[in-house]
Design a protein around this ligand. Structure first.
Ligand code: FAD
Length: 466
């Protein structure tokens, strides 16, 4: 029996699902959001962006207190780690934000439905909750079921010694030796957290570079910075077997020329994430998937089944919270008769290590690969006044512009709070700015973003402060 009738039922309350639900509420659609887990917020709020950034901020503060503050003339003796409090604070931040979504749902009249959803037809969603099954009738369905960590068949997750990112966010004590498999954002961020808290961290990466999608020079500079912080890197190496030892695990590492073994207390497998659509009934309904298990959609985010839409990690594109949010807003606006547009060329990507690596647009390697003639300007933070005040001079900013038109095609920043600085580049590129536009924009002095302006000036070979 049908219990209720909606304009839109959204499955999943991660950044894509909850943002889409809020926008639908704002547009006056009668909307329900179904979530199988108890807290709202999906991967991002519960076991992704938020807890990882909270621990990154806490561990950075700990490191500052232990090693960096002395240079500022601040003596902090007897600094010690209280891991349970650090973890409790992380949980509190997460709780506050997930409860915030519940509040926003009330404000925008989004009906929250607890349980696991299965799409019975394009107009019927069956929800299995604690109190039994209910059927929701709806004009449209939007799938926002996200992703899950990809396991490594030779190193299967065991929840104790071979861990995914979720468990690595809640270790009860600092491991002495942590092996991270995967040199992408998640591996480097969580590796950084535990390194700062005292673990010996080795990162194993199958490719010949970490953060392979990033600008090559910036990726190398990040690796140098993390090496200085005590991380060890084994590139062109794969983890090919694992065995339990008395106090941890022994992992076999197959390199280009030799096979070795490494002992660790715990292994974090962070080789990527895969789309999640288990038990959803989408395949049975005829929703098309690509060969990587992602739901395929058209320009309006509609799947091969009319009336069924999909957004976020479960479809193609970078697996990032803000990408999913943008898609969800566009898809819902389309349902309400508005134009649908997401500019995939200007989606920023950030690795929240220290220094942070933030990028938007194409890299120098991309430009070469596409045969695009470019001019490049760079500026090091050693020459940025604010970075010197902060004593955070590692890294540089790079602006890549089209050689013919001067239009900015890419911006890459390795530096303190690069995650905040990249916003300027995203706005500039969204408005089709030239490097000269950024260069002629007045920037407050002394600030870190002046490095971006100087790099933009560098495109025309006229940096001022170096
Ligand atoms: P999800 O957030 O995965 O949400 C999907 C939701 O759907 C889940 O709550 C799930 O329970 C629910 N669901 C699934 N199936 C059903 C069903 N049948 N019925 C009901 N509910 C269902 N991204 C960034 O942009 N910045 C970061 O700093 C960042 N850091 C990260 C750090 C870590 C450790 C991890 C793991 C990820 C990080 N990400 C980050 C990625 C980000 O978390 C994801 O891109 C984002 O959460 C995807 O949003 P989504 O809404 O598509 O899916």
């Amino acid at each position: 029996m049908a219990d209720d009738r909606y304009d839109l039922v959204i499955i999943g309350s991660g950044p894509a699902g909850y943002t889409g639900a809020i926008r639908a509420g704002q547009l006056g659609l009668k909307v329900a959001c179904v979530e199988k887990d108890v807290p709202l917020g999906g991967t991002c709020l519960n076991v992704g962006c938020i807890p990882s950034k909270t621990l990154l901020d806490s561990s950075e503060l700990y490191l500052q207190a232990r090693t960096h503050m002395a240079a500022h003339g601040i003596r902090a003796e007897g600094v010690s780690l209280d891991l349970p409090t650090m973890m409790a604070r992380k949980d509190k931040v997460v709780r506050g934000l997930t409860q915030g979504i519940a509040g926003l749902f009330k404000k925008y009249k989004v009906t929250r439905i607890a349980g696991k959803a299965r799409i019975a037809s394009a107009t019927k969603v069956v929800v299995q909750g604690e109190d039994g099954e209910q059927t929701l009738e709806t004009a449209r369905v939007m799938i926002a079921t996200g992703s899950e960590p990809t396991p490594l068949p030779k190193l299967p997750f065991d929840g104790e010694r071979v861990l995914g990112s979720t468990e690595a966010l809640s270790l009860p004590s600092v491991p002495k030796r942590l092996l991270v498999v995967g040199g992408g954002a998640i591996g480097l961020e969580l590796g950084s957290v535990w390194r700062r808290l005292g673990a010996e961290v080795t990162v194993v990466e199958f490719l010949d570079r970490i953060v392979p999608w990033a600008d090559g020079g910036m990726g190398k500079a990040l690796q140098r910075a993390l090496t200085k912080q005590g991380m060890t890197f084994r590139l062109e190496t794969s983890a090919s077997a694992v065995e339990r030892t008395a106090d941890g695990v022994r992992v076999t590492l197959a390199g280009k020329t030799e096979t070795t073994q490494i002992d660790a207390d715990v292994v974090l497998v962070a080789i990527g994430r895969r789309p999640y659509a288990d038990g959803l009934g989408a395949r049975e309904l005829g929703v098309a998937f690509d060969d990587r298990g992602r739901i395929t959609v058209n320009g309006r985010f509609e799947t091969s089944v009319p009336g069924v839409f999909a957004v976020g990690d479960v479809i193609a594109g970078p697996m990032l919270a803000h990408k999913g949010e943008e898609e969800a807003v566009a898809a819902v606006e389309g349902m309400a008769g508005h134009p649908v547009h997401v500019d995939y060329d200007v989606i920023p990507n950030v690795v929240y290590t220290w220094p942070e690596l933030a990028s938007v647009g194409i890299t120098e390697e991309d430009a070469r690969g596409r045969g695009v003639a470019i001019n490049v300007g760079t500026f090091p933070f050693t020459a940025n006044a604010r970075a010197r005040c902060m004593d955070e001079t590692e890294g540089s900013a790079k602006v890549i512009a089209d050689a013919k038109t001067d239009r900015v095609l890419g911006v890459h920043i390795l530096g303190p709070r690069a995650s905040d600085m990249i916003a300027e580049a995203v706005v500039a590129m969204t408005f089709g700015a030239s490097a000269e536009d950024i260069a002629r924009t007045v920037h407050a002095h002394p600030t870190l973003p002046e490095a971006v302006r100087e790099a933009a000036l560098g495109v025309a070979k006229r940096t001022l402060n170096i």
